[in-house]
Design a protein around this ligand. Structure first.
Ligand SMILES: Cc1ncc(COP(=O)(O)O)c(C=O)c1O
Length: 399
Protein backbone atom coordinates (compact mmCIF):
# COMPACT_ATOMS: atom_id res chain seq x y z
CA UNK A 1 0.00 0.00 0.00
CA UNK A 2 1.29 3.42 -0.96
CA UNK A 3 1.22 6.08 1.73
CA UNK A 4 2.21 9.66 1.16
CA UNK A 5 4.59 10.43 3.95
CA UNK A 6 5.47 13.89 2.60
CA UNK A 7 2.11 15.65 2.96
CA UNK A 8 1.36 16.26 6.57
CA UNK A 9 -2.20 16.69 7.78
CA UNK A 10 -2.92 20.26 8.89
CA UNK A 11 -2.44 20.79 12.60
CA UNK A 12 -3.91 23.48 14.80
CA UNK A 13 -0.75 25.51 14.28
CA UNK A 14 -1.76 25.87 10.61
CA UNK A 15 -4.88 27.87 11.37
CA UNK A 16 -4.97 31.26 9.64
CA UNK A 17 -5.37 34.41 11.75
CA UNK A 18 -8.94 35.54 12.37
CA UNK A 19 -10.19 38.98 11.47
CA UNK A 20 -11.22 40.08 14.96
CA UNK A 21 -14.75 41.37 15.60
CA UNK A 22 -14.37 45.14 15.19
CA UNK A 23 -16.69 46.02 18.07
CA UNK A 24 -14.99 43.64 20.51
CA UNK A 25 -11.60 45.00 19.41
CA UNK A 26 -12.85 48.54 20.08
CA UNK A 27 -13.94 47.61 23.61
CA UNK A 28 -10.49 46.11 24.29
CA UNK A 29 -8.77 49.24 22.93
CA UNK A 30 -10.89 51.47 25.15
CA UNK A 31 -10.26 49.29 28.22
CA UNK A 32 -6.52 49.62 27.62
CA UNK A 33 -6.66 53.46 27.32
CA UNK A 34 -5.35 54.96 30.61
CA UNK A 35 -6.93 58.42 30.00
CA UNK A 36 -9.43 58.96 32.81
CA UNK A 37 -11.77 61.17 30.81
CA UNK A 38 -12.26 58.55 28.07
CA UNK A 39 -15.75 58.11 26.67
CA UNK A 40 -16.88 54.67 25.55
CA UNK A 41 -19.83 54.99 23.19
CA UNK A 42 -18.82 51.90 21.23
CA UNK A 43 -20.11 49.33 23.70
CA UNK A 44 -23.71 48.07 23.34
CA UNK A 45 -24.98 48.26 26.91
CA UNK A 46 -27.30 50.75 28.61
CA UNK A 47 -25.57 53.08 31.07
CA UNK A 48 -27.35 55.28 33.59
CA UNK A 49 -26.61 58.96 34.28
CA UNK A 50 -23.68 57.96 36.51
CA UNK A 51 -22.19 55.88 33.68
CA UNK A 52 -22.99 52.47 35.20
CA UNK A 53 -24.91 49.43 33.92
CA UNK A 54 -26.69 48.49 37.14
CA UNK A 55 -28.57 45.26 37.79
CA UNK A 56 -32.29 46.14 37.91
CA UNK A 57 -33.63 46.18 41.47
CA UNK A 58 -36.44 43.87 40.47
CA UNK A 59 -33.89 41.46 39.02
CA UNK A 60 -31.88 41.45 42.25
CA UNK A 61 -35.04 40.54 44.14
CA UNK A 62 -35.98 37.81 41.66
CA UNK A 63 -32.47 36.34 41.80
CA UNK A 64 -32.63 36.28 45.59
CA UNK A 65 -35.97 34.49 45.44
CA UNK A 66 -34.51 32.06 42.94
CA UNK A 67 -31.58 31.22 45.20
CA UNK A 68 -33.91 30.80 48.18
CA UNK A 69 -36.52 28.65 46.48
CA UNK A 70 -34.90 26.68 43.66
CA UNK A 71 -34.91 23.00 44.60
CA UNK A 72 -32.97 21.45 41.75
CA UNK A 73 -30.72 22.22 38.84
CA UNK A 74 -31.60 19.04 36.96
CA UNK A 75 -31.78 19.29 33.15
CA UNK A 76 -34.81 21.05 31.67
CA UNK A 77 -34.59 19.96 28.03
CA UNK A 78 -33.64 21.59 24.72
CA UNK A 79 -36.42 24.18 24.99
CA UNK A 80 -35.28 25.38 28.40
CA UNK A 81 -37.88 26.89 30.73
CA UNK A 82 -41.27 26.34 29.06
CA UNK A 83 -43.10 28.71 31.37
CA UNK A 84 -40.58 31.48 30.57
CA UNK A 85 -41.52 31.25 26.88
CA UNK A 86 -45.25 31.22 27.75
CA UNK A 87 -44.92 34.32 29.92
CA UNK A 88 -43.30 36.22 27.06
CA UNK A 89 -46.21 35.58 24.70
CA UNK A 90 -48.54 38.42 25.75
CA UNK A 91 -45.65 40.90 25.85
CA UNK A 92 -44.30 40.00 22.43
CA UNK A 93 -47.29 38.63 20.53
CA UNK A 94 -50.09 40.73 22.09
CA UNK A 95 -53.43 39.71 20.55
CA UNK A 96 -51.74 36.70 18.90
CA UNK A 97 -50.64 35.25 22.26
CA UNK A 98 -53.32 32.54 22.11
CA UNK A 99 -52.62 31.52 18.50
CA UNK A 100 -51.74 27.81 18.60
CA UNK A 101 -49.94 28.09 15.26
CA UNK A 102 -47.22 30.03 17.10
CA UNK A 103 -44.75 28.19 19.33
CA UNK A 104 -41.70 29.44 21.17
CA UNK A 105 -38.73 28.17 23.13
CA UNK A 106 -35.96 29.59 25.28
CA UNK A 107 -32.60 30.27 23.59
CA UNK A 108 -29.16 31.49 24.69
CA UNK A 109 -29.90 35.20 24.07
CA UNK A 110 -31.05 36.84 20.87
CA UNK A 111 -27.97 35.47 19.08
CA UNK A 112 -29.02 31.91 19.88
CA UNK A 113 -32.53 32.67 18.60
CA UNK A 114 -31.17 34.14 15.37
CA UNK A 115 -28.90 31.17 14.73
CA UNK A 116 -31.66 28.69 15.47
CA UNK A 117 -34.19 30.50 13.28
CA UNK A 118 -31.80 30.53 10.32
CA UNK A 119 -30.93 26.87 10.97
CA UNK A 120 -34.64 26.12 10.62
CA UNK A 121 -34.80 27.97 7.28
CA UNK A 122 -31.65 26.19 6.08
CA UNK A 123 -33.20 22.84 7.04
CA UNK A 124 -36.36 23.40 5.02
CA UNK A 125 -34.95 25.45 2.13
CA UNK A 126 -31.15 25.69 1.85
CA UNK A 127 -31.54 27.76 -1.33
CA UNK A 128 -33.47 30.56 0.40
CA UNK A 129 -31.76 33.92 0.29
CA UNK A 130 -31.83 36.14 3.35
CA UNK A 131 -32.52 39.77 2.46
CA UNK A 132 -30.61 41.94 4.92
CA UNK A 133 -30.71 45.75 5.13
CA UNK A 134 -27.53 47.79 4.95
CA UNK A 135 -26.27 48.74 7.32
CA UNK A 136 -27.30 46.16 9.86
CA UNK A 137 -25.94 44.81 13.13
CA UNK A 138 -22.50 43.43 12.12
CA UNK A 139 -23.21 40.03 13.66
CA UNK A 140 -26.21 39.35 11.37
CA UNK A 141 -24.29 38.30 8.22
CA UNK A 142 -21.87 35.93 10.04
CA UNK A 143 -24.74 34.22 11.87
CA UNK A 144 -26.67 33.74 8.62
CA UNK A 145 -23.60 32.56 6.68
CA UNK A 146 -22.81 30.04 9.41
CA UNK A 147 -26.03 28.26 8.35
CA UNK A 148 -24.81 28.36 4.71
CA UNK A 149 -27.72 30.54 3.62
CA UNK A 150 -26.97 33.27 1.10
CA UNK A 151 -27.08 36.89 2.26
CA UNK A 152 -28.56 39.41 -0.18
CA UNK A 153 -28.38 43.07 0.81
CA UNK A 154 -31.10 45.69 0.47
CA UNK A 155 -30.51 49.43 0.99
CA UNK A 156 -31.87 50.62 4.34
CA UNK A 157 -30.33 53.87 5.53
CA UNK A 158 -28.73 56.99 4.08
CA UNK A 159 -26.20 58.09 6.68
CA UNK A 160 -25.47 61.55 5.27
CA UNK A 161 -29.11 62.63 5.42
CA UNK A 162 -30.18 60.48 8.38
CA UNK A 163 -33.12 58.93 6.50
CA UNK A 164 -34.41 55.47 5.56
CA UNK A 165 -33.95 54.58 1.87
CA UNK A 166 -37.51 53.40 1.86
CA UNK A 167 -38.28 53.28 -1.88
CA UNK A 168 -35.10 51.33 -2.57
CA UNK A 169 -35.88 48.97 0.29
CA UNK A 170 -39.36 48.29 -1.09
CA UNK A 171 -37.99 47.77 -4.62
CA UNK A 172 -35.45 45.24 -3.31
CA UNK A 173 -38.10 43.34 -1.34
CA UNK A 174 -40.28 43.27 -4.47
CA UNK A 175 -37.42 41.46 -6.19
CA UNK A 176 -37.36 38.73 -3.53
CA UNK A 177 -38.37 35.22 -4.57
CA UNK A 178 -41.08 33.28 -2.73
CA UNK A 179 -39.41 31.44 0.16
CA UNK A 180 -36.72 34.08 0.59
CA UNK A 181 -36.42 35.54 4.06
CA UNK A 182 -36.70 39.26 4.88
CA UNK A 183 -34.70 40.09 8.00
CA UNK A 184 -36.28 43.09 9.74
CA UNK A 185 -35.41 44.87 12.99
CA UNK A 186 -38.49 44.91 15.23
CA UNK A 187 -37.56 48.25 16.85
CA UNK A 188 -34.57 50.39 17.87
CA UNK A 189 -32.66 49.60 14.69
CA UNK A 190 -29.02 48.73 15.36
CA UNK A 191 -26.84 50.52 14.18
CA UNK A 192 -28.93 53.43 12.82
CA UNK A 193 -31.76 54.12 15.30
CA UNK A 194 -33.93 54.72 12.21
CA UNK A 195 -37.11 52.70 12.81
CA UNK A 196 -39.83 52.10 10.28
CA UNK A 197 -42.92 54.21 11.04
CA UNK A 198 -46.26 52.41 11.22
CA UNK A 199 -47.22 53.28 7.63
CA UNK A 200 -43.84 52.08 6.43
CA UNK A 201 -44.31 48.81 8.33
CA UNK A 202 -47.71 48.44 6.67
CA UNK A 203 -46.14 48.77 3.23
CA UNK A 204 -43.17 46.51 4.00
CA UNK A 205 -45.34 43.70 5.37
CA UNK A 206 -47.75 44.04 2.46
CA UNK A 207 -44.89 43.52 -0.02
CA UNK A 208 -43.44 40.68 2.08
CA UNK A 209 -46.83 38.92 2.14
CA UNK A 210 -47.54 39.51 -1.56
CA UNK A 211 -44.12 38.21 -2.62
CA UNK A 212 -44.38 35.14 -0.38
CA UNK A 213 -41.29 36.12 1.63
CA UNK A 214 -40.86 34.90 5.20
CA UNK A 215 -40.55 37.83 7.63
CA UNK A 216 -37.80 37.14 10.18
CA UNK A 217 -38.04 39.79 12.88
CA UNK A 218 -35.15 40.41 15.24
CA UNK A 219 -36.46 42.21 18.31
CA UNK A 220 -33.67 42.75 20.83
CA UNK A 221 -34.79 46.07 22.38
CA UNK A 222 -38.53 45.86 23.04
CA UNK A 223 -39.45 48.69 25.41
CA UNK A 224 -36.36 50.81 24.67
CA UNK A 225 -38.02 52.78 21.86
CA UNK A 226 -41.60 54.03 22.26
CA UNK A 227 -42.98 51.46 24.73
CA UNK A 228 -43.48 47.70 25.05
CA UNK A 229 -46.67 47.71 22.97
CA UNK A 230 -45.60 50.25 20.37
CA UNK A 231 -42.25 48.52 19.79
CA UNK A 232 -44.04 45.28 18.90
CA UNK A 233 -46.04 46.87 16.06
CA UNK A 234 -44.06 45.19 13.28
CA UNK A 235 -44.08 41.78 14.98
CA UNK A 236 -47.85 41.82 15.36
CA UNK A 237 -48.47 43.15 11.87
CA UNK A 238 -46.38 40.34 10.39
CA UNK A 239 -48.41 37.84 12.43
CA UNK A 240 -51.65 39.46 11.16
CA UNK A 241 -50.59 39.21 7.52
CA UNK A 242 -48.31 36.21 7.04
CA UNK A 243 -48.74 32.49 7.58
CA UNK A 244 -45.05 31.91 8.23
CA UNK A 245 -43.14 34.21 10.58
CA UNK A 246 -39.98 33.84 12.62
CA UNK A 247 -39.22 36.04 15.63
CA UNK A 248 -35.87 36.17 17.45
CA UNK A 249 -36.32 37.90 20.79
CA UNK A 250 -33.88 38.99 23.48
CA UNK A 251 -34.42 39.84 27.17
CA UNK A 252 -30.75 40.72 27.60
CA UNK A 253 -31.27 44.48 27.21
CA UNK A 254 -34.78 45.09 28.54
CA UNK A 255 -34.05 43.04 31.70
CA UNK A 256 -30.42 44.19 31.74
CA UNK A 257 -29.03 40.65 32.03
CA UNK A 258 -26.65 40.78 29.06
CA UNK A 259 -24.16 38.14 30.18
CA UNK A 260 -26.83 35.73 31.41
CA UNK A 261 -27.92 35.11 27.78
CA UNK A 262 -31.70 35.22 27.88
CA UNK A 263 -33.75 35.04 24.69
CA UNK A 264 -36.39 33.14 22.79
CA UNK A 265 -37.38 32.03 19.32
CA UNK A 266 -40.99 32.05 18.14
CA UNK A 267 -42.14 30.31 14.97
CA UNK A 268 -45.48 30.63 13.21
CA UNK A 269 -46.63 28.35 10.39
CA UNK A 270 -50.01 27.87 8.72
CA UNK A 271 -51.18 25.10 11.08
CA UNK A 272 -50.69 23.83 14.61
CA UNK A 273 -49.34 20.50 13.38
CA UNK A 274 -46.84 22.09 10.95
CA UNK A 275 -45.64 24.28 13.82
CA UNK A 276 -45.18 21.23 16.03
CA UNK A 277 -43.04 19.61 13.31
CA UNK A 278 -41.04 22.82 12.83
CA UNK A 279 -40.41 23.00 16.58
CA UNK A 280 -39.22 19.40 16.61
CA UNK A 281 -36.60 20.41 14.02
CA UNK A 282 -35.74 23.49 16.05
CA UNK A 283 -35.25 21.30 19.13
CA UNK A 284 -33.01 18.96 17.15
CA UNK A 285 -30.82 21.83 15.89
CA UNK A 286 -30.61 23.26 19.43
CA UNK A 287 -29.57 19.85 20.75
CA UNK A 288 -26.73 19.72 18.22
CA UNK A 289 -25.48 23.21 19.03
CA UNK A 290 -25.89 23.85 22.75
CA UNK A 291 -28.17 21.06 23.91
CA UNK A 292 -29.95 23.30 26.42
CA UNK A 293 -29.97 27.03 27.11
CA UNK A 294 -28.51 28.37 30.38
CA UNK A 295 -31.19 28.57 33.05
CA UNK A 296 -30.36 31.29 35.55
CA UNK A 297 -31.36 34.48 33.70
CA UNK A 298 -34.51 33.02 32.17
CA UNK A 299 -35.51 31.59 35.57
CA UNK A 300 -35.23 35.07 37.10
CA UNK A 301 -37.22 36.64 34.23
CA UNK A 302 -39.81 33.88 34.78
CA UNK A 303 -40.10 34.85 38.46
CA UNK A 304 -40.60 38.52 37.55
CA UNK A 305 -43.22 37.93 34.88
CA UNK A 306 -45.12 35.40 37.00
CA UNK A 307 -45.52 37.86 39.88
CA UNK A 308 -47.83 40.80 39.18
CA UNK A 309 -46.07 43.14 41.57
CA UNK A 310 -42.58 42.34 40.26
CA UNK A 311 -43.78 42.59 36.66
CA UNK A 312 -45.20 46.06 37.34
CA UNK A 313 -41.91 47.12 38.88
CA UNK A 314 -40.02 45.81 35.87
CA UNK A 315 -42.21 47.94 33.61
CA UNK A 316 -41.35 51.01 35.74
CA UNK A 317 -37.59 50.27 35.62
CA UNK A 318 -37.80 49.62 31.88
CA UNK A 319 -39.60 52.94 31.38
CA UNK A 320 -36.83 54.70 33.30
CA UNK A 321 -34.22 53.24 30.92
CA UNK A 322 -36.33 54.26 27.91
CA UNK A 323 -36.86 57.78 29.30
CA UNK A 324 -33.15 58.22 29.77
CA UNK A 325 -32.41 57.09 26.22
CA UNK A 326 -34.99 59.48 24.79
CA UNK A 327 -33.92 62.31 27.08
CA UNK A 328 -30.25 62.04 26.02
CA UNK A 329 -31.40 61.91 22.39
CA UNK A 330 -33.27 65.20 22.84
CA UNK A 331 -30.29 66.81 24.54
CA UNK A 332 -27.97 65.87 21.68
CA UNK A 333 -30.53 66.86 19.04
CA UNK A 334 -31.16 70.30 20.52
CA UNK A 335 -27.45 71.09 20.92
CA UNK A 336 -26.67 71.26 17.18
CA UNK A 337 -29.04 71.41 14.18
CA UNK A 338 -26.81 68.94 12.36
CA UNK A 339 -27.65 66.38 15.05
CA UNK A 340 -31.41 67.09 15.07
CA UNK A 341 -32.20 63.75 13.36
CA UNK A 342 -30.95 61.91 16.48
CA UNK A 343 -34.02 63.22 18.33
CA UNK A 344 -36.29 61.48 15.80
CA UNK A 345 -34.59 58.10 16.16
CA UNK A 346 -35.02 55.30 18.70
CA UNK A 347 -33.05 52.91 20.85
CA UNK A 348 -29.46 53.01 22.00
CA UNK A 349 -27.74 53.59 18.66
CA UNK A 350 -27.43 56.27 16.01
CA UNK A 351 -24.83 57.00 13.38
CA UNK A 352 -22.83 60.19 13.05
CA UNK A 353 -21.93 61.38 9.55
CA UNK A 354 -18.21 61.11 10.29
CA UNK A 355 -15.51 59.58 8.10
CA UNK A 356 -13.37 56.78 9.47
CA UNK A 357 -10.47 59.28 9.75
CA UNK A 358 -12.63 61.62 11.86
CA UNK A 359 -13.64 58.70 14.10
CA UNK A 360 -9.97 57.79 14.58
CA UNK A 361 -9.11 61.41 15.36
CA UNK A 362 -11.83 61.57 18.02
CA UNK A 363 -10.36 58.42 19.51
CA UNK A 364 -6.77 59.64 19.48
CA UNK A 365 -7.28 63.29 20.44
CA UNK A 366 -10.43 63.21 22.57
CA UNK A 367 -10.41 59.61 23.92
CA UNK A 368 -13.89 59.10 22.45
CA UNK A 369 -14.43 55.53 21.33
CA UNK A 370 -17.07 54.71 18.71
CA UNK A 371 -17.34 52.25 15.82
CA UNK A 372 -15.53 53.20 12.60
CA UNK A 373 -18.94 53.51 10.92
CA UNK A 374 -19.79 56.45 13.20
CA UNK A 375 -22.25 54.33 15.18
CA UNK A 376 -22.42 55.43 18.80
CA UNK A 377 -24.39 54.43 21.88
CA UNK A 378 -26.38 57.47 23.01
CA UNK A 379 -26.42 56.13 26.58
CA UNK A 380 -22.85 54.85 26.54
CA UNK A 381 -21.66 57.82 28.63
CA UNK A 382 -22.60 59.34 31.97
CA UNK A 383 -24.30 62.76 32.19
CA UNK A 384 -21.03 64.47 33.12
CA UNK A 385 -19.52 63.46 29.77
CA UNK A 386 -22.33 64.52 27.47
CA UNK A 387 -21.35 68.17 26.91
CA UNK A 388 -17.77 67.25 26.03
CA UNK A 389 -19.03 64.54 23.68
CA UNK A 390 -21.37 66.93 21.86
CA UNK A 391 -18.69 69.64 21.61
CA UNK A 392 -16.12 67.16 20.27
CA UNK A 393 -18.53 65.76 17.66
CA UNK A 394 -19.51 69.29 16.57
CA UNK A 395 -15.81 70.11 16.26
CA UNK A 396 -15.20 67.01 14.14
CA UNK A 397 -18.15 67.90 11.88
CA UNK A 398 -16.56 71.33 11.28
CA UNK A 399 -18.28 74.66 10.73
C1 LIG B 1 -30.07 43.81 16.55
C2 LIG B 1 -29.59 42.83 17.57
N1 LIG B 1 -30.04 41.57 17.53
C3 LIG B 1 -29.64 40.65 18.41
C4 LIG B 1 -28.73 40.97 19.39
C5 LIG B 1 -28.28 39.85 20.31
O1 LIG B 1 -28.60 40.02 21.61
P1 LIG B 1 -28.11 38.98 22.72
O2 LIG B 1 -27.06 39.65 23.51
O3 LIG B 1 -29.35 38.69 23.49
O4 LIG B 1 -27.61 37.76 22.01
C6 LIG B 1 -28.21 42.25 19.47
C7 LIG B 1 -27.22 42.59 20.48
O5 LIG B 1 -26.51 43.55 20.43
C8 LIG B 1 -28.67 43.22 18.54
O6 LIG B 1 -28.23 44.47 18.58
Amino acid sequence: MLTDTKTKAPGLADLPPVQSDALLALIAMCDADPREHKIDVGVGVFRDGAGNTPILQVMKQAEQRLVDTQKTKAYLGTGGDKRFAELLRPILLGPHAGDERIAGLQTPGGCGALRLGFELIATVNPRARVLVGTPTWPNHPPIIKATRLEVSEYPYYERGQGIIRFDEMIAALQNGEPGDVALLHGCCHNPTGADLGEEQWDEVIQVVAERGLIPFIDIAYQGFGRGLEEDAYGVRLALDSCDEVIIAQSCDKNFSVYRDRVGSLFVKTGSKSATATAMAHVGQRAREMWSMPPDHGAAAVHIILEDRELADRWIVELAAMRDRINDVRQRIASADPRLAYIGRQFGMFSMLPLSKEQVVQLREHEAIYMADSGRFNVVGMGDDQLDRFIASVAGALGN
